[in-house]
Design a protein around this ligand. Structure first.
Ligand SMILES: Nc1ncnc2c1ncn2[C@@H]1O[C@H](COP(=O)(O)OP(=O)(O)OP(=O)(O)O)[C@@H](O)[C@H]1O
Ligand SMILES: [Mg+2]
Length: 249
């Protein structure tokens, strides 16, 4: 069976300096993968290439066997991206921000006029409900807390009806408690129901990866140092990943 998502020998350099070096891994439907690694390890480089925001120098990333670099239009919507800084439109309501996830599914003129169908609006409200913010549908994005804004961003991603959500440090701008709630939400999106959405997220908190992810990939100097079930991720492997620094501190 073709895995949902496969990365083969991904390589990327900036001005001759290798940022990503021969990285390969697979992701199944309904699986949550956390990518750990110290600053500069290549996490954002990897994620930008996987999301189609940058191109690999060599290797490829395949969604259902199709190269993500070649996905266009609706096909591209099958990969949704969640950012550290939420990237909402501040002056728009939570609902309108989530409806932005439907752009690409409606004709462009309808998008410009924000004329979404009743089905799109129903779907957007369901997505807001899924992230626990139905009551805030009409609230401006800039009147929401950081955690609520990230939930709206996740609802927007869900409104794309994606196969894969890519989240680069989705909790880095949040306090530990709120961040844990976002991780629990992403994990439940992966594991609930028959949807089978896969999530790949990067983190700087190994304990969140262990608690919420199914698998952990350790990235060090652009190379994959380990790829293990979260339950098998040893303290020693983490210490090596972070250059021997004590994680207990
Ligand atoms: N646009 C760019 N131009 C040149 N070099 C870059 C660019 N983006 C990243 N790099 C370099 O590539 C390497 C990997 O950076 P990257 O941002 O992927 O790391 P990261 O793991 O996401 O780090 P952090 O945890 O700090 O976000 C670093 O050496 C960085 O300086
Ligand atoms: Mg980064």
């Amino acid at each position: 069976m073709t895995p949902l998502f496969e990365v083969h020998h991904a390589r990327k350099s900036y001005a001759g300096r290798v940022a990503l070096d021969d990285a390969s891994f697979r992701l199944a439907r309904g699986e949550m993968l956390a990518v750990l690694g110290s600053s500069g390890a290549g996490k954002t480089t990897l994620f930008r290439c996987l999301a189609g925001l940058a191109t690999l120098d060599a290797g490829n990333a395949l969604l259902h066997g199709e190269d993500v670099a070649r996905l266009r239009g609706r096909q591209r919507r099958r990969i949704a991206v969640v950012f550290q800084q939420f990237n909402l439109v501040n002056r728009l309501s939570a609902l309108d921000n989530v409806l932005a996830g439907r752009l690409g599914y409606v004709p462009a003129w309808r998008g410009w006029l924000r004329r979404f169908s009743r089905d799109d609006i129903r779907l957007a409200l369901e997505c807001l409900d899924r992230v626990g913010l139905l009551d805030h549908a009409g609230q401006r994005a800039d009147a929401l807390s950081g955690g609520q804004q990230q939930r709206v961003a996740i609802a927007r991603a869900l409104a794309q009806q994606p196969d894969l959500i890519i989240a680069d440090e989705p909790v880095a701008s949040l306090d530990p408690h709120t961040g844990a709630g976002i991780m629990a939400l992403l994990s439940s999106i992966c594991h609930d129901g028959a949807g089978g959405i896969a999530v790949i997220c990067s983190l700087h908190q190994p304990e969140l990866a262990r608690r919420h992810a199914d698998r952990i990939v350790g990235l060090r100097a652009g190379r994959i140092a380990f790829d293990v079930a979260a339950a098998d991720c040893a303290e020693s492997a983490l210490q090596q990943l972070y250059g021997g620094a004590s994680l207990a501190a």
